[in-house]
Write a protein that binds this ligand. Structure first.
Ligand SMILES: [Zn+2]
Length: 264
């Protein structure tokens, strides 16, 4: 499942179409990605319009076409591509937006992705999305209130809640907890004021770091992060070399360091 930074990076690929005019829209009409949109409306709404903006919020993307907007969620396997202006859709190219100079392609093998069309630039669903972690509206107070509301849940499960931590997925949640030094199974209600401050600050910082790293230059997280070590069996903590632990917490495979992240 693409997390915040991958989504930002994917969306930026379509920046190459900014200012260019849509000449034709090709939709693979029966594809499951159209369960939330009507292909004919997309065609009618986009043809002849200019791509005027590219935005993301967590895992959601919004492409502005003058007074209309196309919402896009990548699901598990969705990808955005830029191809030549006469690009013929391949088997998994469910949407091809032909511009005068190039084509914007939405490719999705497993089709958990979804499209939405609205004849306005700020649709209600977009405005109702929670504030981004990197925004000013993501306050320590809001995080403290949320931890209290979910006080019986493991921290790992809390961080995966998109209503408060939009765009944070499995690996980012593990990275945040490792930076904080909190055990992923620790209950949200056990954090004191100072720990809540650490939790809030590290969550914000990790999202910023991830956006800077992956969202802009396709870089990989450095060896000083948990990320490059967590996938391998026998992977070790980059701090002191302890073998990483693994278990299912909050319904997801979780990696942590028993030395850095004590249960208390
Ligand atoms: Zn460690």
């Amino acid at each position: 499942m693409p997390e915040l930074a991958e989504v930002a990076w994917q969306s930026k690929k379509w920046n190459r179409g900014l200012g260019d005019v849509v000449t034709e829209v090709l939709c693979r009409e029966r594809a499951r990605v159209y369960r939330t949109a009507v292909p004919a409306e997309i065609r009618r709404g986009l043809e002849g319009k200019k791509l005027s903006g590219v935005e993301t919020k967590g895992k959601q993307m919004l492409f502005l076409f003058e007074e209309a907007s196309l919402g896009l969620h990548l699901g598990m396997t969705g990808k955005l591509l830029v191809k030549g202006r006469a690009h013929e859709p391949g088997r998994h190219d469910h949407l091809v937006i032909r511009l005068t100079k190039r084509s914007l392609v939405f490719r999705d093998v497993r089709m958990f992705g979804a499209l939405r069309f609205d004849p306005v630039t700020a649709p209600d669903w977009w405005q109702a999305l929670p504030p981004e972690v990197v925004s000013r509206a993501f306050t320590r107070k809001a995080v403290a209130a949320y931890l209290h509301r979910r006080k019986g849940s493991p921290l790992k499960a809390v961080l995966l809640q998109q209503e408060r931590f939009p765009g944070v997925g499995n690996w980012m949640a593990d990275e945040i907890l490792w930076r904080c030094g909190f055990h992923p199974a620790r209950r949200a209600g056990t954090l004191d004021e100072a720990e809540t401050e650490v939790f809030w600050r590290e969550t914000k910082q990790l999202c910023r770091d991830a956006l800077r790293l992956i969202g802009t230059n396709r870089g990989r997280p450095p060896a000083t992060w948990l990320f490059p070590h967590r996938w391998r069996r026998g992977g070790t903590c980059p701090r002191e070399g302890a073998t990483l632990e693994r278990a299912t917490i909050g319904g997801r495979t979780t990696a942590w360091c028993a030395e850095c992240q004590k249960m208390l």
